[in-house]
Design a protein around this ligand. Structure first.
Ligand code: GLN
Length: 484
């Protein structure tokens, strides 16, 4: 087994015991990138020189006999909407083509304390708007299990890099499913933490009341380790919670005895692929055989989640994207006067999907329609939150598909935005309710495409979903592997 195929916790043992060096590991991952990147296209920027320099420093530390942190010397990739000081952060948009942030996002500052090896910035749908990575202004990332298919999105670069062995772990962001859905399409683990668990400072805003940063990893153990590194209160993000951060690796215990798991009937309705449904229901049986109590539950307002999300997210996006005016940030396209300059800049530099959302968002927020659309959506959001509160009176976690299908073909959905939006049916309710969710591989379709299930937890209870995910993973052969 090559080094790039191993998990962070396996590599940590090998590094600490001097069986391998960080330089050797980093070079092995770059060799894999050389082998795969032409086919996969996960990266927007590769920082090889800096990576090898920092690997060398880790090796010096190890040779001095010092202890290293769990992520020290481990190669990682960062979604390109997370600000990295001195390294371009484009959001896969032409409008930020040359934007080099003068500061690090809080998650980067926190990760740097653990000293992993930053190998590059990875692709996404422009400004994280999409579910296939086809909306990137630069390239289409391919699914490592079938390069004719999408890796999911918007964190498609993060999931594809981890699944192909081009990175050991990655950070993604999730506004309506963007960590979990690509994780499920690429056969890796992805966790969206509780809203506020991880600082959003330095994450380029898409929809601020929904955005969260989280880990994309090969297995649940690595997921807990990365979450440990990035979670916690941040005075630079007023929405970050000051709840105590547990040691999430303490949740890595294989035990679901008497755990109450609810299967929401609204997540298994028409449109869901038969193989996906079977695979998730089989996972429920596995949980049952391990001692969990399974029951059917109802989240009655699920059918309104997509329309609610696709009003709130674009409304917030329209507001957040006002800052790209050709003056303060990014690209400028000249015009005869300031209005024409702004118009030209935004017309030329934003992609189709971003423009569509700005238009929808501004429409929903406009004086005559605010009450009918935006305000109404906020009210329905409260109902969706209440569904979960009620359900969690009877169950500890909720088990559902992550996405209604496995990875679809490149080009199959892109011309039909509504169809694409429907893909988010199982993921957006959690963002609307602020709840944590983890996607875990649970099998493959007949065509060898990964399938994932999602475990949804109570607010700030990442521990229970990690524990359940770990228990399942330990009982299976999935988890930890790289696409060939
Ligand atoms: N697919 C959803 C959207 O297009 C979710 C994106 C995300 O989570 N960033 O908005």
């Amino acid at each position: 087994m090559s080094l790039y195929e191993k998990t962070a916790h396996e590599l940590h043992e090998l590094l600490q015991s001097k069986k391998i060096s960080a330089v050797e590991l980093t070079e092995n991952v770059f060799d894999r990138i050389d082998e795969k990147e032409n086919l996969i296209g996960a990266f927007l920027e590769i920082t090889k020189k800096q990576a090898l320099e920092s690997a060398k420093k880790v090796d010096e530390k190890i040779s001095r006999g010092e202890k290293i942190s769990a992520l020290e010397g481990i190669p990682c990739a960062i979604k390109d909407n997370i600000c990295t000081k001195g390294i371009k952060t484009t959001c896969a948009s032409k409008i930020l083509e040359n934007f080099v942030p003068p500061y690090d996002a809080t998650v980067i500052t926190k990760l740097k304390k653990e000293n992993p090896i930053f190998i590059g910035k990875v692709n996404l749908d422009e400004f994280a708007m999409g579910g296939s990575t086809e909306n990137s202004a630069y390239k289409i990332t391919k699914n490592p299990y079938d390069v004719e298919r999408v890796p999911g999105g918007s964190s498609g670069g993060s999931a594809a890099a981890v699944a192909s062995g081009e990175s050991i772990f990655a950070l993604g962001s999730d506004t309506g499913g963007s960590i979990r859905q690509p994780a499920s399409f690429c056969g890796v683990v992805g966790l969206k933490p509780t809203y506020g668990r991880v600082s959003r400072y330095g994450l380029v805003a898409y929809a601020s009341s929904l955005d969260q940063i989280g880990p994309v990893t090969r297995d649940v153990t690595d997921c807990a380790t990365v979450l440990n590194a990035i979670a916690g209160h941040d005075e630079m993000d007023s929405t970050s919670t000051n709840a105590t951060v547990p040691d999430f690796t303490k949740s890595l215990i294989a035990d679901v005895k008497n755990l109450k798991i609810g299967l929401p009937k609204e997540y298994f309705v028409k449109g869901i692929d038969a193989e996906v449904e079977k695979s998730v229901k089989d996972a429920a049986k596995v949980f049952e055989s391990l001692g969990a109590e399974i029951s059917e539950i109802s989240l009655p307002h699920t059918e309104f989640a997509i329309s609610t999300y696709y009003l709130i997210a674009p409304a917030e996006a329209a507001t957040n994207l006002e800052r790209y005016d050709g003056v303060s940030y990014g690209a400028r396209v000249d015009g005869a006067d300031v209005v024409e300059m702004m118009t030209n800049t935004r017309t030329e530099k934003f992609g189709e999907e971003v423009k569509r959302r700005i238009i929808i968002g501004n429409y929903a927020l406009s004086a005559g329609y605010y009450d009918a659309y935006y305000l109404k959506a906020l009210k329905v959001r409260t109902l969706i939150q209440k569904d979960f509160t009620d359900a969690f009176k009877n169950v500890d976690v909720i088990l559902a598909p992550t996405a209604p299908t496995a990875a679809f073909k490149i080009g199959e959905m892109i011309s039909d935005p509504l169809k694409m939006y429907l893909q988010d049916v199982c993921t957006v309710p959690l963002n609307l309710a602020g709840l944590p969710g983890i996607s875990v591989p649970c099998g493959f379709t007949k065509n060898n495409l990964p399938i994932g299930f999602q475990l949804i937890g109570k607010a700030l209870d990442e521990e229970t979903i990690l524990k359940a995910a770990f228990t399942y993973e330990q009982s299976q052969n999935f988890g930890g592997q790289v696409a060939k």
